[in-house]
Design a protein around this ligand. Structure first.
Ligand SMILES: [Zn+2]
Length: 255
């Protein structure tokens, strides 16, 4: 049976998400921003926590791990390159490793840039990807530990996933991201459509994610640094994609 997901808000604007295998009952929390909302989500769904899949070491993705592990004795899977900074790690994983949640199979994709060891979990059969703070809807994470080259390469890897892949990211930043994206591509029709759609969702109190890779490719300026019109639009025609990406990221930091 296909994977099931349950999305909920944590902290101020973090997303928590549960990934559930209906065949075996196995349930993973993708990151653990704080314990209470994860427990409330488990209660609401009736699912039992078996695993926590961590994307990176930041506190707003890991602060709930210790309490959840103590209560549910769940397995904690985390990036090998950041395992020392994450509490309670049972399994440290790298690029290409497979992580099972019950019968569901996730592939580990290393996406450094936001942090040096950041990873994403991709479930090819279920067309799902959990990308933490690397890719946001119409945005991307701040390049805190890595550099622009590293982050651009990581975004290219996520962009290469099949168009139908549904992406779950770590934060609800879509509205602010769209405002910024419109300054980079004011004439992008797909972006204008996404703006109207996100507005409707937010007005109804709905999350703006998941989004598909196919939709993001059309409207997310951070995935479009190698589109000639995007470069030309910010006065960088003919410049390498990584330089265009770095400029867009720098503008967003000041926006
Ligand atoms: Zn982060």
């Amino acid at each position: 049976m296909p994977a099931e997901t349950h999305l909920f808000l944590c902290l101020k604007d973090n997303y928590g998400v549960l990934l559930h295998d209906p065949d075996t009952g196995a349930t993973a929390s993708i990151d653990a921003p704080e314990a209470a909302p994860v427990e409330a989500a488990l209660k609401a769904t009736g699912w039992k926590l078996t695993d926590i899949l961590v994307t990176h070491h930041h506190g707003d993705h890991t602060a709930g791990i210790a309490a959840l592990k103590a209560k549910y004795k769940c397995r904690v899977v985390a990036p090998a390159k950041e395992a020392a900074k994450i509490p309670g790690v049972d399994e440290a994983v790298r690029e290409g490793d497979e992580v099972k949640v019950g019968k569901l199979a996730a592939k580990v994709i290393e996406t450094p840039g936001h942090t040096l060891g950041h990873i994403a979990y991709w479930l090819p059969k279920d067309h799902l990807a959990f990308v933490g703070d690397t890719l946001f809807s119409i945005g991307c994470g701040r390049v805190i530990e890595g550099d622009a080259q590293m982050m651009w390469r990581s975004l290219e890897k996520l962009r290469d996933l099949p168009d139908e892949t549904e992406v779950y990211c770590g934060h609800e930043y879509t509205s602010a991201n769209i405002k910024f994206a419109r300054t980079i591509e004011p004439n992008n029709k797909a972006l204008a459509e996404r703006e109207a759609e996100a507005k409707r969702e937010i007005e109804r109190g709905l999350p703006t994610i998941p989004v598909t890779i196919g939709e993001e490719k059309k409207a997310n300026p951070f995935l479009r640094a190698d589109v000639p019109d995007v470069a030309a639009g910010i006065g960088m025609a003919g410049k390498p994609a990584v330089d265009v990406f770095a400029e867009i990221r720098a503008r967003k930091n000041k926006f």
